[in-house]
Design a protein around this ligand. Structure first.
Ligand SMILES: [Zn+2]
Length: 219
């Protein structure tokens, strides 16, 4: 008699890509969380991926620069953080172009080919997809939502959601997090330790097999 919940997970790699959207928060938040998050990732030797909003990089150039200096992979998270499908064709092109200009200038790297729509909104819209592709990007969704923005969630909650979701998904799990919620920072150490205890290797998106990187939200 075996209890399936107690069986070890299948042998083989368990690569997990933590991805952080770096953006102006849309709700009250503490100052300095992104800076401390970068320090913790550095201390824990965790390579991650950051989708950077152009206007955020412009507002926090020192922090933006540290993302690239920390060896993290950088993608674009648009410029205005609008719901992309609400923009006109010209607006879409302009937003993607200006975001790239700002990421290059303030982060110091080319975000191509990685792009993530704000809220994931419009990622399944053919007009948005065409603009993203035309500009030289591929859209990146996620398998696991860290749910790090609701104010009633704790760091422990976020860590559990990420660990359980990543293990349930298996190798190649792409996790959605944000740089501004203090609960993301509060849960980071537990999240990383528990993932590593489970045999996971934390990697940048570009260490995954390209065809397994999700295009849309929810994979
Ligand atoms: Zn966002």
């Amino acid at each position: 008699m075996t209890d399936s919940a107690l069986e070890p997970r299948p042998a083989g790699p368990l690569r997990v890509a933590l991805t952080f959207d770096a953006e102006h928060p849309d709700r009250p938040s503490a100052q300095g969380v992104a800076e401390r998050l970068l320090e913790e990732l550095d201390r824990l030797a965790v390579p991650a991926t950051f989708f950077v909003q152009g206007r955020w990089a412009e507002a926090y150039p020192h922090t933006a620069r540290r993302i690239a200096e920390g060896g993290h992979l950088v993608g674009s998270h648009s410029h205005y953080h609008a719901r992309m499908h609400l923009l006109s064709d010209a607006g879409l092109r302009e937003d993607i172009r200006v975001a790239e200009e700002h990421v290059r200038r303030f982060v110091g790297v080319d975000p191509k080919p990685w792009f993530r729509c704000p809220f994931g909104a419009g990622a399944d819209d053919p007009r948005v997809q065409a603009a993203v592709t035309e500009a030289g990007y591929r859209h990146v969704g996620w398998h696991v939502v860290g749910e790090d923005w609701p104010p009633d969630r704790t760091g422990q909650d976020v860590a559990e959601t990420v660990v359980d979701g990543s293990i349930a998904h298996g190798d190649g799990a792409v996790v959605l997090l944000h740089t501004w919620p203090d609960r993301t920072l509060a849960g980071l150490i537990t999240m990383v330790q528990r993932l590593r205890d489970a045999g996971a290797e934390l990697v940048r998106l570009d260490a995954l097999d390209p065809e397994t990187i999700p295009t849309l939200a929810g994979g």
